[in-house]
Write a new protein. Structure first.
Length: 545
C-alpha cells in the first residue's frame, strides 16, 4: 500500500469545519511549535497531519486523538506512521481505518463514507417529539496528485425543537440551510436537501485554488466577527497563497440577498474579501482583513486580489459596504492561546474619542482565551470569550432601487448572519469546558454557557440590533450606545456527552437550557431540550442563538 507524505502530494482537500473536530486540531496547534496558518478555516488536511505528528508532551487522550486525526487524514500520512487496517472488513471495506470504502492508485484516490444522523428529543416548550433523520454520503479524493475534490450529499427530515421554529418565524430561514419545505401534516416538520462540494487545484507550488459550494470561518474563537459558518453554504472561489511566513487568502462569493423571490428569482449580491496572515514569531500571529459587499452588476474591479477595496469603493461612488479588521493570537508556553478580533465598518476618530455616540461609528471586538490541561489536569480544557458589537454594525443603507424585503448591503446571506447570529447591539460572554479522560478517551464531555445583553428594536423604532434593517431608519444620529433600546437578556446552558464507538461514529446525550427575557416583561418560559442521537460522519447541529 502506498502512503503519501505531506510534501509529495499537491492536491488540497479540506477537513470540514465543526467545533468539536477543530478543538482537537487546536490542542495540537497549542502544543506544537507553530508554522501552520490556522485562522482561515477549514484547514488543509496536510496541515492537520503536520500538527498531529509534532513532538511534545502527549497524554493518553492526546495519543488517541493523534491516531484519530491521522486515520481521518490517512492520504496525507507518510509511510513511517501506519494507518492501514491490518484486516479489511468483508475484503472491500475499511482497507484504511478512517475510510469505509477507499480506492488508491498511483494517480487516483477516492474515499466514500456514509452519513447518518438520527436524533430524538424532548422539548419542554412543545407537545410533539422533535427528531432528526439525516442520511447520505460524503466523498473525497485526488486525481493526478493535482486536483482534489469533495462532496457532501444528504437528505433531511426533521421535526425541529422550538428554538429553530422560532428562528424560522423571525428570519424565514432554517439555520445553516438553504431551501426547505414545511411539512403539511405535522407542526414543526421540515424537509430539505443539503449539498456542498468543491474542487481544488494548484496554480503554482505556492498558490492553490478552491472553487465550489460550501462555507468558511475566520478566527480562533467560538464566534467569528469577521466571517462565521452560521449561514447557508454559498458559491465561492478561494485562492490561498503561502510563501515565507505569510498566507494570503482571497475569497470571492455569490450570495443570496433575500430568500423571497423577486420576478421568480432570488435577488443576488456578491462578497469579495482578503485576509493576510503573518507568523511574526512561531508563537505570535496577526491577520489583516478587508471585505466588500456589492450588488447589482458584478463589479470586475473587486477581482483585483491586491487592491484596497475601500479605495475602489470610493472611486465607484461609496455605494457598497466595506469592512476592515484584524485578528491576532499568541500561544503562551504551549498551554494558553490568547486571541482577538477587531472589525471596523465605519470610523470617525474624533467622535469616537469624544464619545458622541455617532451612529456610524460601527465596530465589533472579540477577546478570548483557550487554556488547555487546566491546572495540570490532562485534557481538561477551558475556553472563555467576550464579544461586543455596536448598534447598526453589519447593517447598511437600503437604496431606493431595492424593495423593503431585500437586504443587499447587510452582512448576511439567505436571511442568515455571516458573522454573529445575534446581529448587533450586544455584549456576550461565553464559557466552554471540555474534558476527555485518558483512561476512557472515546468519551468527551462538553459544558457550555452563554450570556448576552442586547438592546432590541421595538415594533416602530430601529435601535440597531437587527442587521436586516436599513440604518437610514435609525432613531437618532448621536447619543447611541451598546444595549440601547428594549433591554433583552439571553441565557443558554448545555451539557453534552459524546462517546466514539468507532471511527467517526458517535453516541450523543445532550441537554440544553435556553431563556430569553425582553424589557420589563417577565422572562418567557425557558426551553429545556434533552436529546439522544447517533452520528456517523456527521457533526452536531449547534444551538447557540
Amino acid at each position: 500500500m502506498t502512503f503519501f507524505g505531506t510534501q509529495e502530494i499537491k492536491a488540497q482537500v479540506y477537513a470540514p469545519y465543526n467545533q468539536d473536530y477543530y478543538h482537537l486540531v487546536d490542542r495540537m496547534l497549542i502544543k506544537g511549535d507553530g508554522g501552520v496558518h490556522s485562522s482561515f478555516r477549514p484547514l488543509d488536511r496536510s496541515d492537520i497531519v503536520a500538527l498531529a505528528i509534532k513532538n511534545g508532551k502527549r497524554s493518553g487522550a492526546d495519543l488517541f486523538n493523534q491516531k484519530y486525526l491521522l486515520r481521518d487524514n490517512w492520504g496525507y500520512v507518510t509511510d513511517s506512521i501506519q494507518t492501514e487496517r491490518k484486516q479489511p472488513f468483508l475484503k472491500y471495506f475499511y482497507q484504511q481505518e478512517g475510510a469505509v470504502y477507499s480506492v488508491e492508485e498511483d494517480n487516483f484516490r477516492l474515499q466514500i463514507d456514509p452519513v447518518l444522523h438520527t436524533l430524538i428529543a424532548r422539548d419542554s416548550k412543545v407537545e410533539y417529539t422533535p427528531y432528526y433523520n439525516t442520511r447520505g454520503i460524503t466523498l473525497r479524493g485526488e486525481l493526478d496528485n493535482k486536483i482534489g475534490f469533495y462532496a457532501y450529499l444528504v437528505d433531511n427530515q426533521m421535526r425541529v425543537p422550538s428554538v429553530i421554529e422560532d428562528r424560522l418565524g423571525q428570519q424565514n430561514a432554517f439555520p445553516g440551510e438553504g431551501f426547505w419545505k414545511k411539512g403539511e401534516n405535522a407542526e414543526g416538520q421540515y424537509d430539505f436537501f443539503s449539498a456542498r462540494g468543491y474542487i481544488t487545484f494548484n496554480l503554482t507550488q505556492s498558490i492553490d485554488v478552491q472553487a465550489g459550494y460550501d462555507r468558511n470561518f475566520i478566527g480562533d474563537g467560538y464566534r467569528s466577527l469577521l466571517l462565521s459558518a452560521h449561514a447557508n453554504d454559498y458559491l465561492f472561489t478561494r485562492i490561498n497563497t503561502k510563501v515565507w511566513k505569510l498566507q494570503y487568502t482571497n475569497l470571492f462569493a455569490k450570495l443570496i440577498a433575500d430568500n423571497n423571490k423577486v420576478n421568480d428569482v432570488y435577488p443576488q449580491k456578491y462578497l469579495a474579501l482578503h485576509h493576510l496572515s503573518l507568523n511574526v514569531t512561531k508563537n505570535f500571529n496577526i491577520g489583516l482583513f478587508e471585505s466588500v459587499m456589492h450588488w447589482g452588476d458584478w463589479e470586475i474591479g473587486y477581482l483585483n486580489p491586491m487592491m484596497f477595496y475601500r479605495a475602489l469603493e470610493h472611486d465607484l461612488g461609496d455605494g457598497h459596504s466595506v469592512k476592515i479588521g484584524l485578528d491576532a493570537k499568541w500561544n503562551v508556553f504551549n498551554t494558553l492561546l490568547l486571541y482577538t478580533q477587531l472589525v471596523i465598518d465605519d470610523l470617525k476618530v474624533r467622535d469616537l474619542i469624544q464619545g458622541t455616540g455617532w451612529f456610524a461609528n460601527k465596530q465589533a471586538l472579540q477577546t478570548g482565551l483557550k487554556y488547555i490541561d487546566v491546572l495540570g489536569i490532562d485534557n481538561l480544557d477551558l475556553q472563555a470569550e467576550y464579544n461586543v458589537v455596536k448598534p447598526y454594525m453589519y447593517s447598511h443603507y437600503l437604496g431606493a432601487e431595492w424593495n423593503d424585503q431585500v437586504y443587499p448591503g447587510a452582512y448576511q446571506h439567505y436571511n442568515q448572519h455571516l458573522a454573529h447570529p445575534l446581529g448587533a447591539n450586544f455584549r456576550e460572554y461565553i464559557g466552554v469546558l471540555r474534558y476527555q479522560p485518558s483512561a476512557l478517551p472515546r468519551l468527551q464531555l462538553r459544558v457550555k454557557g452563554i450570556y448576552a445583553l442586547q438592546g432590541k428594536n421595538s415594533n416602530t423604532e430601529n435601535w440597531g440590533s437587527d442587521i436586516f434593517l436599513s440604518y437610514s431608519d435609525r432613531v437618532q444620529e448621536y447619543g447611541n450606545y451598546i444595549g440601547q433600546g428594549i433591554q433583552s437578556t439571553y441565557k443558554l446552558g448545555e451539557v453534552n456527552v459524546s462517546y466514539q464507538l468507532f471511527h467517526n461514529f458517535f453516541l450523543d446525550l445532550r441537554h440544553i437550557y435556553r431563556s430569553v427575557s425582553t424589557g420589563e416583561e417577565e422572562a418567557s418560559t425557558p426551553m429545556h431540550l434533552s436529546s439522544f442521537g447517533i452520528r456517523w460522519n456527521a457533526s452536531q447541529r449547534m444551538i447557540d442563538y
